[in-house]
Design a protein around this ligand. Structure first.
Ligand SMILES: *[C@@H]1O[C@H](CO)[C@@H](O)[C@H](O)[C@H]1NC(C)=O
Ligand SMILES: *[C@@H]1O[C@H](CO)[C@@H](O)[C@H](O)[C@H]1NC(C)=O
Length: 442
């Protein structure tokens, strides 16, 4: 399914509508998240207060700091719906129940659809609340994402991924979710950003492993596969790559990992600064706000209005879509979009196949770069770029907690290579019909 367009928590406060006819339903991907001020900044005081009071109220304690041998482990990743979302398996409770959850570096909460879910799509795997180690609470939490929301109550149980276990992981047992938030075969989301973003107040699973010295390095790496351009990718799930917890696996990259520190001192999203964007060798003028969230949980590549318009104005015949699809652009399918992004260092090419989402009208294809801010004003600490899987499939990415940085490296041949120049596969055109790619309203 194709609705996991963006799991990133809403980034910017809804802007005053530029035209009277448009309203917030036409500004999808932009929702006010909890713990944000009116200007869109993260309200740190409120976050910290909420987290502290929750932990106190429910007696949630920090994980045992038992010394364990620090390791690094490769976790198998699945690719859902032709590069729409990437997931891995976790086990919960006693006896353990196993679920696939989206790996989302753009949020920090962990949740599972629970057996009490009223509005989960049929077929959603549900967490049975029968575990002997489960602690439940009546504390309600709502999680807002770019593509929907989920709500439920806080719970705590043993959670494992690969060889790693956190014995008292707090998560949200979800009883309601908006349609399209996760695929019916996926049971929830594991947030992999920093704890300050967690609406649940819980320490993310990965941070608990870091704090408990379970990982040989305070970092994790991603190699994500591309199936968008293969005629055989009509399967619902394909091999999605490798998530390395506790390090990076040099099998999947070549050369050095270029680390760039997170800007500023607040750890929230995995932030970088977009320093250049080019198309077919020509640079694209960027606007003034170019903070980017590096986000495995977002399918596409979102940018601020100015840069996105400047990009598409360089493409002959490109047209802005309207109505439900406002923010997206279509372009003549035979055009090769060879784009590159950089974050202050090397320029990383994006395979033209990733920029082309397929034909939406005779000869016209949908582009993967879309306008995520739609004219809204962006607070200075708020990302206006969402660098999702469209880009991340082209590099090996390392998320490092300390010193906090994001690193990119070229993919090895074993991982498909980082060549940005292979031809646009027209046969992939109809993989995702336009309606499923359209931004979601409401
Ligand atoms: C890296 O991945 C390869 C291929 O899956 C595997 O054989 C190897 O053990 C991994 N290396 C590390 C250090 O985990
Ligand atoms: C796109 O690239 C392919 C392969 O490099 C090439 O065959 C094709 O002519 C290019 N199309 C255009 C419009 O440049």
């Amino acid at each position: 399914m194709y609705w996991v367009l963006s799991l990133l928590p809403a980034l910017v406060a809804a802007a005053p509508s530029p035209q009277p006819a448009s309203n917030v339903h036409h500004v999808p991907l932009i929702r006010r998240a909890p713990f944000r001020t009116a200007s869109g900044f993260i309200d740190m005081d409120r976050l910290v207060a909420a987290k502290d009071s929750l932990r106190l109220k429910y007696g949630f304690v920090t994980p045992d700091q038992v010394q364990r041998r620090a390791t690094q482990t490769d976790i198998t990743v699945g690719n859902q719906g032709g590069d729409v979302s990437y997931f891995a398996q976790v086990s919960v409770g006693t006896p353990s129940q196993t679920f696939n959850v989206v790996l989302d570096t753009g949020s920090s909460d962990l949740w599972f659809a629970s057996s009490q879910c009223r509005t989960c799509p049929s077929g959603t795997p549900l967490l049975q609340l029968t575990s002997s180690s489960l602690q439940t609470s009546s504390n309600a939490v709502t999680l807002s994402y770019g593509s929907g929301s989920a709500s439920g109550t806080l719970a705590q149980d043993t959670v494992s991924m690969g060889p790693y276990t956190v014995s008292n992981q707090i998560f949200v047992a979800v009883s309601d979710m908006t349609s399209g938030l996760v695929d019916g075969k996926l049971a929830g989301i594991m947030g992999l950003a920093f704890d300050s973003l967690a609406a649940s107040g819980a320490t993310p699973f990965w941070e608990t492993l870091v704090q408990g010295n379970q990982l040989s390095s305070p970092e994790f790496g991603f190699f994500l596969t591309r199936f968008l351009d293969t005629a055989t990718s009509t399967q619902e799930t394909d091999p999605g790559g490798v998530f390395t917890l506790g390090g990076s696996n040099s099998t999947f990259f070549t050369g050095n990992i270029e680390f760039i520190n997170l800007p500023g001192s607040t750890q929230s999203f995995w932030l970088q600064q977009v320093s250049s964007l080019s198309l077919n060798g020509n640079s694209v003028a960027l606007g003034s706000s170019n903070l980017a969230a590096i986000d495995t949980g977002t399918t596409l590549l979102g940018g601020p209005t100015t840069a996105v318009q400047n990009f598409w104005q360089q493409v002959n015949g490109a047209q802005a879509l309207t109505g439900q699809s406002q923010g997206f652009w279509a372009f003549p399918c035979q055009t090769n979009l060879s784009a590159s992004l950089s974050f202050g260092g090397k320029s990383w090419p994006i395979n033209p196949a990733d920029m082309n989402l397929g034909e939406i009208a005779r000869g016209f294809c949908m582009g993967a770069l879309f306008d995520v801010t739609q004219g809204a004003s962006i607070g200075s600490g708020t990302p206006s770029w969402i660098v999702g899987d469209t880009f991340l499939k082209n590099v090996y990415t390392v998320f490092r907690a300390n010193p906090a940085a994001v690193g990119f490296a070229e993919l090895s041949n074993a991982a498909g290579g980082s060549s940005g120049t292979s031809p646009v596969p027209l046969h992939a055109a109809l993989l995702h019909p336009p309606s499923v790619w359209a931004p979601r309203g409401g």
